[in-house]
Design a protein around this ligand. Structure first.
Ligand SMILES: [Zn+2]
Length: 121
């Protein structure tokens, strides 16, 4: 997630929460003044709905960003090479162990590797 996007995301959330808070105030205050009851009710509901729409929109965008990262991963994996024989390793050489670590087995020389958080190869 880029820095500019994160700032936009936070501003969007603050806007949405502010809108919903205002909408709630309008809804709570509406019964107090009978003359403006309906209009205050409508304004409150519209503000609440706008806040919900903004949050849903932000969530959907966030999901798209995550999906883009996942689809990029196999491309990055193909660039890895076996430390032992320098053979190119493809994603089918990767298996995920029960404890969650990624095990890499070179199909050419049989060398086994355990993926760490910051692989240096
Ligand atoms: Zn190898």
């Amino acid at each position: 997630m880029s820095k500019a996007y994160t700032v936009l995301f936070v501003i969007g959330y603050i806007l949405a929460v502010g809108l919903m808070a205002l909408g709630a105030i309008f809804l709570m205050a509406a019964p107090a003044v009978e003359a403006t009851f309906v209009s205050n009710l409508v304004i409150g509901l519209v503000m609440l709905a706008a806040g919900v729409v903004i949050i849903v929109g932000l969530r959907l965008r966030q999901r798209v960003v995550v999906e883009a990262k996942v689809t990029l991963k196999p491309t990055q994996m193909r660039e890895f090479k076996c430390k032992n024989c320098s053979a190119a390793l493809s994603e089918k050489d990767y298996t995920i162990a029960k404890n969650g670590t990624v095990i890499v087995k070179c199909t050419y020389c049989g060398a086994l590797y355990e993926m760490v958080d910051n692989p240096i190869w």
